[in-house]
Write a protein that binds this ligand. Structure first.
Ligand SMILES: [Zn+2]
Ligand SMILES: [Zn+2]
Ligand SMILES: [Zn+2]
Length: 256
């Protein structure tokens, strides 16, 4: 049974935003405090980390994440990759190289930005991340379960969503091609990004996300990658049944 923990549910600035005094940035509701979007999925005996958000260290400490078996990257934007160096602690914990999956464009940018992790050698684990970077080319099976990468469009940039059996994690989508919708059909639990009420050129709005959910009909859906325009309490009141605004630390389970 895949079980997902939201490490972070915020858009690229996080919430509160530096220097903003809006109602949500001043909110005392802990569900309105959002670090950059990331999650981990426990499935069988394995733990899959999705993205290395800027606050990875703080997120791992908060959620008690003390082991990672594989890392799945969605795309190269800084809010999803900024914690990449913190992967080295997971090498140190397990004393092994860590497999990472990314689409070819993301892999190439990771090699460029974090060149030291791929070129320097250290005689011990923990000095830098020690990674085996795999380029996605169809379904992946790091261990006993198959994980299906699914292409979604982040504006004009194709990026990667992931399906773990009955659970799918889709972040930073603006549109989902028809064949990708087909790959998402039948999910029980859908995590989907939705930035805010107003439209945005590269992210689904709440209304657009609800249209995707209405088409896919999952048993439960969770909205993530939220801006400071979304008050957890206020927006939760207008959502259809089965749709929940996610928050940092939330844990959800999907059958199968
Ligand atoms: Zn993002
Ligand atoms: Zn604000
Ligand atoms: Zn992005």
């Amino acid at each position: 049974m895949p079980r997902l923990t939201f490490l972070g549910t915020g858009t690229s600035n996080g919430v509160p935003i530096i220097g903003c005094s809006c109602e949500v940035c001043r909110s005392e509701d802990p569900r309105d405090k959002r670090t950059r979007s990331s999650a981990f999925v426990e499935w069988g005996d394995r733990i899959y980390l999705i993205d290395t958000a800027t606050e990875l260290r703080a997120q791992a400490l908060r959620s008690g994440l003390s082991r990672v078996d594989a890392v799945l990257m969605t795309h190269p934007h800084a809010d999803h990759t900024g914690g990449f160096d913190d992967l080295r602690r997971f090498n140190e914990l397990v004393q092994a190289w860590l497999p990472v999956w990314a689409d070819p464009g993301t892999a190439s940018l990771l090699r460029e930005r974090y060149a030291y992790t791929f070129t320097e050698t250290f005689p011990f684990f923990g000095g830098k991340p020690d990674l085996i970077l795999n380029e996605i080319d169809g379904p992946i099976a790091p261990f006993e379960h198959e994980i299906v990468p699914i292409t979604v469009m982040h504006g004009r940039l194709p990026i990667t969503a992931y399906r773990f059996g009955s659970l799918a994690y889709v972040t930073d989508a603006k549109t989902i091609p028809a064949e990708s919708m087909d790959q998402l059909r039948g999910v029980d639990t859908l995590v989907l990004n939705s930035l805010r009420s107003a439209p945005h050129p590269t992210h689904l709005s709440i209304e657009e996300a609800l249209a995707v959910i209405a088409e896919l009909q999952p048993r439960q859906a969770f909205l993530t990658h939220l801006s400071h325009e979304v008050s957890h309490d206020r927006e939760s009141r207008s959502l259809p049944e089965g749709v929940t605004i996610a928050h940092d630390g939330l844990v959800v389970e999907s059958p199968g």
